[in-house]
Design a protein around this ligand. Structure first.
Ligand SMILES: [Zn+2]
Length: 173
């Protein structure tokens, strides 16, 4: 996987259902609906949206995209910061209900469009690679290479459960 792809700066992507997408900015394309992310948008807020990572088929691997095309958390106003934190916290609570006890939160300013990865930890990842941020790239590549119909179904089911959680909870609680 090329570095620019990993940072979300690529100009095209093939999602884990096999759909190919072309765009100038993946974050903007997701926000504008130019990419129909697998499983659909989970939460559409005033300033941020939550969806599953389109390319990496890991159940509960979620991405919070800011609606504005900005690079850094430092460019957000207070309203935006509050909603982003609420969405991340609510997503993490939803993942706990799926039995995911630990996540890794990632934000890299080398990506031109501010987004946060909420990366779940599963026992197989620790067994195969070890724990920590250093392994996320390898784990992601492995998940892509070893995808099956069954694992796609698991990802889509997890998306549905997170969506139900958001429907039945107030994100600012
Ligand atoms: Zn953008």
């Amino acid at each position: 996987m090329k570095d620019e792809n990993f940072a979300g700066n690529a100009k095209s992507a093939t999602d884990f259902l096999g759909n190919e997408w072309h765009f100038n900015c993946m974050g903007c394309a997701i926000v504008n609906g130019d990419i129909q992310v697998p499983g659909g948008v989970i939460y559409d807020g005033d300033v941020a949206i939550l969806a599953a990572d389109p390319e990496i088929p890991i159940p509960g691997f979620l991405v919070v995209n800011i609606k504005r095309h900005v690079r850094s958390l430092s460019e957000l106003n207070q309203k935006e910061r509050h909603e982003v934190a609420d969405v991340i916290a609510c997503a993490e609570k939803a993942l706990k209900t799926l039995g995911i006890s630990e996540v890794t939160l990632v934000q890299e300013e080398r990506s031109s469009h501010l987004h946060f990865w909420i990366f779940p930890n599963y026992a197989w990842m620790t067994e195969k690679y070890g724990k920590g941020i250093a392994y996320l790239r390898e784990i992601s590549a492995y998940a892509r290479e070893s995808v099956t119909d069954e694992s796609k179904r698991e990802v889509l089911e997890a998306i549905e459960k997170v969506r139900e959680y958001f429907k039945s909870h107030n994100i600012s609680d």
